[in-house]
Design a protein around this ligand. Structure first.
Ligand code: CA
Length: 230
């Protein structure tokens, strides 16, 4: 599991990439501007940055130069400008690799894995690292299985994805907007019913109710939180 910062201003492309990368087991944080990207890169350890060159606030190549001032994080530039000169200027500015849009998630994954191998930041993935534990809840990301105590939970794909996403960020309130992007893979369109419905199914399988939650907490008007019972 790698921590990826995605810098992409197109909401549709951003949502699709967040979905694809999350599905692959990466922890993805998405921002839409160069300024936000620089702030994030300066403030935390990242394994990889995927940087769109056409950003609203700063030219991507200029952003990359500034990024290199604060971080050695591996960077893949994603660009619609496939010309040799723009690729060369991105590499000169400190990109480790580039990928020309449009690209498939398979192509991106191959590039990312190759870069992570080269830079040695790919974290080892023995089976046990892929199991998340929150209280008595154990979520095996590799096997896509969840159990509560000794009891295996029979979850749909979305229920599992929702649970896994929350379990990767225990005790943190995750907004509906983030959930709909990360778990459903589309931009937030104001339809909160989807999340409510899946949360209520998940809750039933966890043997709890919204009124009397143990693990899954609804934070009214904001989103959801998964935490171990007190
Ligand atoms: Ca763009």
């Amino acid at each position: 599991m790698s921590k990826v910062l995605l810098v992409e201003d197109d909401p549709v492309v951003q949502a699709a990439l967040v979905h694809a990368l999350t599905e692959l087991g990466h922890v993805v944080q998405a921002v839409s501007t160069a300024v936000a990207a620089l702030r994030e890169a300066a403030n935390q350890e990242l394994d990889l940055v995927l940087l769109d060159l056409g950003l609203p606030d700063l030219d991507g190549v200029a952003a990359l130069r500034m990024l290199r001032g604060v971080s050695n994080v591996p960077v893949i530039v994603a660009t619609a400008r496939g010309s040799e000169s723009s690729i060369v200027s991105a590499l000169d500015a400190g990109a480790d690799d580039y990928i020309v849009k449009p690209f498939s998630s398979e192509h991106l994954t191959a590039r990312m894995n190759a870069l992570l191998r080269r830079t040695g930041t790919e974290r080892p993935k023995p089976e046990h690292v892929d199991v998340l534990t929150v209280g008595d809840l154990h979520i095996d990301l590799g096997q896509r299985q969840a159990r509560l105590g000794d009891k295996m939970l029979s979850l749909s794909r979305r229920e599992f994805d929702l649970l896994a996403y929350l379990a990767q960020r225990p005790s943190k309130v995750i907004t509906r907007r983030e959930l709909i992007q990360a778990v459903w893979g589309h931009p937030h369109v104001g339809d909160d019913k989807t999340i409510d419905v899946h949360a209520s199914w998940l809750r039933r399988k966890l043997g709890e109710t919204a009124a009397n939650p143990k693990y899954l907490h609804t934070v009214r008007g904001v989103g959801l939180k998964l935490s171990a019972p007190e």
